[in-house]
Design a binder for this molecule. Structure first.
Ligand code: FPP
Length: 235
């Protein structure tokens, strides 16, 4: 179910550069991920007041399983601790948290923490925070296609819901930190008409001002959705 406020913008963030942030400081990569969690807190707190109704964060891609086992297990641990520690605060702030991606390959404790966070925050209407964990947009599209083939409702809307894991608005803006300019299998279906914003800074340094700057750049874009610019339409 969408709340009225969730008709606000849908912003997706590819939180890149944790490793480089840590290495630049002579720290182990995992401390970059830890600092990345603090940036998540800042952005989640700032998002509702900046007109964001849905925020999707790319925390762990299905291709991230290729990382060294130590780093994978540190990320799983961080995610689990984040969910355990933040659920109460998120619920109190009116944030509904859901996770997208596969759950069957996650450590049992993390899968359990996701379910608990989803249950306890289900009433939130101020912000829909979606965390992508073991997520692949291509896999989500393929799974939705398989479900559609077996479904009595083969409408585009039902397909979109199956891809997105529920009724969420299309993505308006994708932000990627740390200089890379690619989508890396993130929200490919939902971002058909998304504006893209790339920043040079690493994710652990991202803050409310960076979010506001991305939204200001977005506000200056003309979105035509395949149509014509306003003056040409009027002519
Ligand atoms: C990309 O940086 C970041 C990730 C693969 C993980 C993002 C995870 C977090 C911010 C912390 C855990 C998440 C939550 C929701 C608690 P990178 O490691 O690819 O950096 P690099 O490109 O500099 O190596």
């Amino acid at each position: 179910m969408q709340s009225p406020l969730q008709s606000g913008l849908h912003v997706g963030i590819i939180m890149d550069g944790n490793g480089r942030w840590a290495v630049a400081r002579g720290l182990p990569r995992v401390l970059g991920h830890k600092a990345g969690v603090a940036a998540i807190r800042r952005v989640v707190e700032a998002a509702p007041d900046q007109g964001i109704g849905t925020l999707t964060l790319y925390a762990f891609s299905s291709d991230n399983w290729r990382r060294p086992p130590d780093e994978v297990s540190a990320l799983m641990g961080l995610l689990q601790r984040y969910l355990r520690a933040e659920t109460g605060r998120l619920a109190g702030a009116g944030v509904r948290l859901t996770a997208i991606g596969r759950r069957d390959r996650l450590p049992a404790g993390l899968a359990e923490a996701i379910g608990r966070a989803e249950d306890l925050t289900a009433g939130g209407t101020r912000l829909h925070l979606r965390i992508a964990i073991d997520y692949s947009a291509r896999a989500a599209i393929l799974a939705a296609a398989a479900a559609l083939a077996a479904s009595a409702d083969p409408s585009p809307a039902a397909f979109g819901r199956a891809v997105s894991g529920g009724a969420v608005p299309d993505v308006d803006l994708v932000i990627r930190t740390s200089g890379e300019q690619r989508l890396s299998d993130f929200l490919l279906w939902e971002s058909a008409y998304a504006e893209l914003h790339f920043t040079q800074g690493h994710w652990p340094d991202f803050d409310a001002d960076d979010l506001a700057a991305a939204l200001a750049a977005f506000a200056g874009r003309e979105r035509r959705f395949g149509g014509l610019a306003a003056p040409a339409r009027a002519a």
